[in-house]
Design a protein around this ligand. Structure first.
Ligand SMILES: [Zn+2]
Length: 388
């Protein structure tokens, strides 16, 4: 080994609920009759609401700066990618910035049939393996996309954020997708109108150009050895139970996306009872929850697909996998922890750091120590072979 870096990967369940939490919750009612809970002795005075449509809201007011940080978390990620369409959750996150039939459209009557045509063309494109046919369909997709561009401005939503003085970002993880904003506190009402609109309906009008961006990310990921090692490790650990696939997706899946599947994904998972809204900053609790109830509170509750992770995966024999990459060699160790809850998570993080925290740790220290000792014994051996 040229050099050895050790990563410990203690894993399992993303969804288990804590049974041993020591937090004590108390219930209260605000001046407008909204029920909420607080954690006793919480220094941030966070209020936790559950609106009638199932939306969870966390509010933490502080007046240090006249700004508000927000995070909208949807309980869906790459683990929910449909079969044959890895990367879909992440791709969808990109499309969430394209706007709706109101934001981003210059002429919805003209744009809508073109969007439908593009969607059908992509289905056709997905269904053929003939390279000449594929090229012809893609040529048609390209010309329809150019037509769409005449009737839309997919940058309108980001431009509005900028005009509000907001900073915005988003990311997709295995089990969640998050949309974050930081904006001046006097823009709260406007921000809620915008966000309610984009979480009500989305229009994938910049489908082709977002695909290019996703490709760029895919190409960037290709050079990361750590990613390859994680996927190999997940194959060994979880086996047939589930498989962590690259969040950005596999190339052959990204190449053949489905607009239809993306819209179904939105319809299925982007529902208020599968979402959490977090606000922290300069606002009044009573006014903020009233505004949220008048916007996000109007989204209809819907049943969303159940996703169960097997909590009792039987570990099989210890397996070793080798993946090759450009960087120096390193070792990644993974352990399965079944029936994982919040207390287990804390213990696992602590144990992870004791074993290895990327700087030191028992495993790394012992490995280096034993290598040094071996080296010393070898030195010794050269002088006196009897001691080996
Ligand atoms: Zn991305």
């Amino acid at each position: 080994m040229k050099s050895a870096t050790i990563f410990i990967f203690l894993c399992l369940s993303f969804y288990a609920n804590s049974q041993k939490s020591k937090y004590v919750l108390q219930s209260e009612v605000d001046i407008n009759g909204f029920k909420y809970q607080t954690v006793i002795n919480d220094p941030l005075n966070t209020r936790i609401y559950k609106l009638s449509n199932g939306l969870t809201v966390y509010l933490s007011s502080n007046k240090i700066e006249p700004r508000i940080q927000t995070r909208i978390i949807v309980g869906v990620g790459s683990l929910n990618d449909p079969p044959g369409l890895t990367g879909l959750a992440h791709y969808f996150e990109h499309l969430m910035f394209n706007g709706s039939n109101k934001i981003g459209s210059l002429n919805w009557e003209k744009e809508e049939p073109l969007i439908n045509e593009m969607s059908q063309l992509y289905e056709l494109y997905r269904s053929t393996n003939d390279s000449i046919k594929s090229a012809r369909i893609y040529y048609k997709i390209d010309s329809v996309s150019q037509e769409i561009a005449k009737y839309s401005n997919p940058m309108e939503l980001p431009e509005i954020y900028v005009s509000m003085g907001a900073k915005f970002s988003a990311y997709t993880y295995y089990h969640m997708t998050s949309f974050d904003n930081l904006f001046p506190s006097n823009e709260l009402e406007k921000w809620l109108i915008l966000e309610k609109e984009r979480f009500s309906n989305i229009v994938p009008r910049a489908f082709c150009s977002e695909l290019e961006r996703v490709y760029e990310e895919y190409n960037g990921n290709q050079s990361r050895d750590f990613g390859k090692a994680i996927y190999a490790l997940s194959e060994e650990l979880y086996r047939e139970n589930f498989h962590i696939t690259p969040i950005v997706g596999y190339q052959n899946h990204i190449k053949r996306p489905s607009v239809k599947a993306l819209l179904k994904f939105f319809d299925s998972y982007y529902v208020p009872n599968n979402m959490t809204l977090c606000l922290s900053g300069d606002f009044d609790y009573a006014r903020a929850i009233l505004l949220i109830d008048n916007s996000f509170g109007k989204l209809p509750r819907k049943k969303y697909p159940d996703f169960q992770i097997n909590q009792n995966i039987k570990p099989k024999d210890l397996k070793e996998r080798v993946v090759y990459g450009k960087g120096s060699e390193y070792l990644l160790l993974g352990y399965l922890i079944n029936n994982f809850d919040e207390e287990d998570r804390k213990s696992a993080v602590l144990l992870n750091n004791i074993l290895d925290n990327k700087i030191a740790g028992l495993l790394k220290n012992n490995l280096i120590k034993s290598k040094k000792e071996k080296g010393q014994r070898k030195k010794c051996g050269r002088k006196n072979t009897k001691h080996i």
